[in-house]
Design a protein around this ligand. Structure first.
Ligand code: 13P
Ligand code: SF4
Length: 358
């Protein structure tokens, strides 16, 4: 057992330790605390190496819902750790650095969404998982990059949908589901029933990927499969052979020899290390999510030794956000069976199952 006297004071002290020592310390401490490390695919390679589970937002939320661990250490950004806490309220959720936020999630607040809802009474609200707990609490159902079309397709064709906060993802879902698309605040007239009304938010990493860079990558690798993340702009997605979440990108790398990836380059760096004989190239070398990289191995070791920073949520917000996430996870069989108490509430009609938006 690492004694508290073994714990160093600040993350800076940990940063002076060799990488192997940090990794060993993390592994030992994790076992002592019965902790699990969940890491997003964009984390630094050294964090990916000590993670127990690596994945996209959907996989990570499924894992957070089913883990037996007492402590979840989330190496990702703030909304992902919030999602883990929403789904596993009895567990301690820790983040190596609370400043690892997602600027896209911060585009919309609970108040702003309530105002939009008042403008569109009766609309179904879909929250992309890259949103705050407060925004999820205001939504009917959540979605991720892996299941957005599946979620939209559960909603009756004549029901207007408010999809927040990513305008690019919303446009992609509208095209795939054959619904009209409009950006909130730029309607310019009556909105047709069944439209997707998108919040005007975006991801600075994906929205910055441009056609010129893709043309250059294709010129160098004419036979490569082009795989692009749905947070990218429509003109780029139109050039994709496959539009995929980060977890699906990993599967595609396993199955193909030559691939151009339109996403954050951290995932490509890891895939290149894993498959050195394949041609796996980032669409843009500049596509780096600085927010994901705020987490370091030293901060992770500090976080485990000091059991900080703990993520805490208001219980009313949490329970309402849980319903939104649960409706999504039920579509993907990712939700553990309800407890006896939940089942009784469902039976009494006090706790709804299914999408609930029809
Ligand atoms: P994935 O769910 O596809 O991993 O995407 C999360 C994200 O933040 C992409 O920018
Ligand atoms: Fe947020 Fe974009 Fe970073 Fe993903 S890549 S965490 S959407 S800022």
């Amino acid at each position: 057992m690492i004694q508290i006297s073994d714990a160093l004071k600040s993350p800076l002290d940990y940063a002076r330790l060799p990488r192997e020592e940090l990794a060993e310390r993390i592994r030992r401490r994790k076992t002592e605390l019965n902790a699990v490390i969940l890491g997003h695919n964009y984390q630094r390679v050294e964090i990916q190496e000590v993670s127990d589970y690596l994945g996209d937002s959907l996989g990570l939320s499924q894992e957070a819902a089913r883990t037996d661990a007492d402590v979840i250490v989330f190496c990702g950004v703030h909304f992902m750790a919030e999602t883990a806490k929403i789904l596993s309220p009895g567990k301690t959720v820790l983040m190596p650095d609370l400043r690892a936020g997602c600027p896209m999630a911060d585009f919309v607040t609970g108040d702003a969404l309530r105002r939009l809802k008042a403008q569109y009474p009766g609309a179904v609200v879909v929250a992309y998982v890259n949103s705050t707990a407060e925004v999820k609490a205001e939504s009917d159902i959540s979605c991720t990059s892996a299941n957005v079309v599946q979620v939209i397709d559960t909603i009756p064709a004549d029901r207007t949908i408010l999809l927040v906060p990513d305008r690019n993802l919303a446009r992609y879902a509208a095209e795939r589901s054959g619904r009209p698309y409009v950006i909130a605040g730029r309607e310019g007239g009556e909105v047709k029933p069944g439209s997707i009304v998108a919040w005007d938010g975006y991801c600075y990493v994906h929205d910055d990927l441009v056609l010129d860079e893709l043309a250059e990558a294709k010129r160098k690798h004419p036979r490569a499969l082009v795989v692009i993340h749905p947070e990218s702009r429509a003109e780029l997605l139109a050039q994709a052979d496959v539009v995929a979440s980060t977890a699906r990108m990993v599967d595609i790398a396993e199955q193909n020899e030559e691939v151009i990836f339109g996403t954050e380059r951290g995932i490509v760096d890891r895939l290149k290390a894993r498959f050195p004989d394949k041609t796996l190239v980032p669409l843009s070398g500049a596509a780096i999510c600085g927010n994901m990289k705020v987490n370091t191995l030293a901060k992770l070791a500090w976080c485990l030794d000091h059991q900080q920073h703990e993520l805490v949520l208001d219980e009313d917000v949490r329970t309402r956000a849980e319903l939104s996430l649960r409706r999504m996870l039920e579509l993907n069989q990712g939700w553990a069976a309800p407890t006896a108490e939940e089942a009784a509430l469902e039976e009494a009609g006090l706790r709804k199952t299914g999408c609930g938006c029809a």
